[in-house]
Design a protein around this ligand. Structure first.
Ligand code: GDP
Ligand code: MG
Length: 163
């Protein structure tokens, strides 16, 4: 079976935008407001002759804080159970949040490889808040911009290196 890569993270960090970039087509719905990704969308993807299955765990992303939290925990559980590599996405414009810390606490307990990806780094200069993500204890944060397609090749290299 092909390796499975799951994308987790709180609503609006850009999971679906990233997923669509890698899928090369618009499968997952992207919205300015949270609440629109349908549950667990799969695509086949390929990088340097490595094929894999990618899952956008976005789900029906709700907008009340306690439901967001319970849903993020569920996503993280799904990823921990089913994925071979977990992409944990955070928002480089908003910076580190309490919800990120909550999910990180779950992901730190799995033996599966977790890549901490900081999306929305749209220019080459890293904002000083980028370094806060080291506090999550999930290794070196990887900067990308899904909108400007920056850093995606380096990230894909790191993903397939974990297979
Ligand atoms: P999801 O809820 O995590 O699936 O996030 P979406 O993919 O739906 O994106 C939420 C919002 O963030 C949308 O308005 C996207 O256009 C925007 N977005 C996604 N990636 C980037 C990025 O790399 N840079 C910037 N500036 N905005 C982004
Ligand atoms: Mg989404």
């Amino acid at each position: 079976a092909k390796p499975i890569v799951a994308i987790v993270g709180r609503p609006n960090v850009g999971k679906s935008t990233f997923f669509n970039r890698i899928a090369g087509k618009r499968i997952s719905i992207v919205e300015d407001k949270p609440g629109v990704t349908r549950d667990r969308i799969y695509t086949e993807a390929e990088w340097l002759n490595n094929t894999f299955t990618m899952i956008d765990t976005g789900g029906i992303e709700p907008d009340t804080q306690d439901i967001i939290l319970s849903q993020m925990r569920r996503q993280a559980e799904i990823a921990i159970e089913t994925a071979d590599v977990i992409v944990f996405m955070v928002d480089g414009r908003e910076g580190l949040t309490a919800s990120d810390e909550d999910v990180a606490n779950m992901l730190r307990r799995t033996k599966k490889p977790v890549l901490l990806v900081v999306n929305k780094i749209d220019t080459k200069d890293l904002p000083s808040s980028f370094y806060d993500f080291y506090q999550l204890g999930l290794g070196e944060p990887i900067p990308i911009s899904s909108v400007n397609s920056l850093g995606l090749g380096d990230l894909l290299d790191e993903i397939i290196a974990k297979f």
